[in-house]
Design a protein around this ligand. Structure first.
Ligand SMILES: Nc1ncnc2c1ncn2[C@@H]1O[C@H](COP(=O)(O)OP(=O)(O)OP(=O)(O)O)[C@@H](O)[C@H]1O
Ligand SMILES: [Mg+2]
Length: 340
């Protein structure tokens, strides 16, 4: 088994606000082995992007990472590095594709230059060589007429093409780890699959390690080795993609699964969404954070935080619930119309 490339241990990220401390990420731990793809999934506001920005070292000054958090990348604790050392790691170490390509691209810089800027900074690549490399990369990510596009500006490209440029920028320095934060949410459904396939191909061809962030568990199926499900700043269920789909233990994960549009459902059927709202992250509930929205909650769920437990059949499949689903009885549950 390969050594972990990335290891998070008890990582928290808090924001100071006039109303109090926002616990956006709260005690996250996981390991990611080299060459693997992890799907990081959760509802809007669950802390996915803040966690990604924490790994990248891209937090605003009013953010605080409390003592006891550790992020080890390639054997180095990123949280002990200063800004300059951290910058040296981004690019060749960790690349990121942001949620909205329009805000991550520089509107007044030619796209070619944006692709090779990182190479110039990290490797001292010449302008001429950088431009040639940019054309190659634009070709690789499926941009037609790359020798023309290289001298254009972001507004001259469609949303899908801009996202391909953002991927080319992230790949330019050949990162060991690529974090793709909802790389397709801003795009048309027909364009989404193309971008996801491109990412998957690049990940395989380059043997890259990847974190694919999405709110859609459907995106994760067939694309990720492992999945970590986030709720209210914490990871509540994690395991291999296969086990997570076949033996879903958390009602929250089940509700995310139920909200995936499926071709075998009757047309125009309303999608099941999860009732209620995520908790306030300034004063989160004392017990399970999902309890107020859970159809199976017990008294204990409101008072005690459930510990992380392993699935009986697969120890790498872990979840935090006092009253988990019984995956073996799942067929009956589905037949009974169980909606969390
Ligand atoms: N810069 C910030 N300052 C204060 N609070 C923030 C900041 N960024 C995020 N938050 C809060 O942290 C929580 C997690 O936000 P985050 O953006 O990580 O969610 P997400 O899971 O990426 O959601 P989405 O699917 O909508 O992108 C939210 O409650 C959000 O309001
Ligand atoms: Mg986000």
């Amino acid at each position: 088994m390969a050594a972990p490339l990335l290891e998070l241990s008890n990582v928290s990220t808090h924001f100071h606000s006039p109303a109090g401390r926002v616990r956006a990420v709260d005690g996250v731990s996981f390991t990611l082995e080299a060459g693997q793809t992890l799907g990081l999934v959760g509802e809007s506001g669950s802390g996915k992007s803040v966690l990604a920005r924490t790994i990248m070292g891209l937090l605003p000054s009013y953010a605080e990472i409390p003592e006891g958090s550790a992020i080890s990348f390639n054997g180095q604790n990123l949280l002990t590095l200063d800004r300059k050392e951290r910058r040296a790691i981004s690019g060749p170490g960790i690349g990121m594709i942001f949620q909205d390509p329009m805000t991550s691209l520089n509107p007044v810089m030619k796209i070619g230059q944006q692709v090779y800027e990182g190479m110039r900074h990290h490797f001292g690549t010449s302008r001429k060589e950088g431009r040639e490399r940019a054309v190659e990369l634009l070709t690789e990510v499926g941009i037609p007429q790359p020798d023309v596009r290289v001298d254009q500006y972001p507004h001259q490209l469609s949303g899908g093409m801009r996202q391909r440029v953002a991927i080319a920028i992230a790949l330019a320095c050949e990162p060991k780890l690529l974090i793709a934060d909802e790389p397709t949410t801003a795009l048309d459904v027909t364009v989404q699959a193309g971008i996801l396939d491109l990412l998957q191909r690049e990940q395989r061809d380059r043997g890259m390690t990847m974190i694919l962030i999405t709110h859609d568990l459907g995106v994760v199926a067939g694309r990720c080795d492992n999945v970590a499900v986030m709720y209210a700043g914490g990871i509540v269920e994690t395991g291999t993609t296969r086990s997570l789909f076949a033996r879903t233990r958390m009602r929250y994960t089940q509700a995310l699964l139920d909200s995936i549009p499926r071709l075998d459902r009757p047309p125009h059927e309303r999608l099941k969404s999860i009732g209620g709202r995520p908790p306030n992250l300034i004063n989160p509930p004392a017990g399970c954070r999902f309890a107020p929205r859970c159809s199976h909650r017990l008294a204990q769920c409101d008072t005690d935080m459930p510990p992380i437990t392993s699935d009986e059949q697969d120890a790498s499949h872990r979840f935090a619930c006092w009253h988990p689903r019984d995956p073996d009885a799942a067929m009956q549950e589905t037949a009974g119309g169980d909606a969390a």
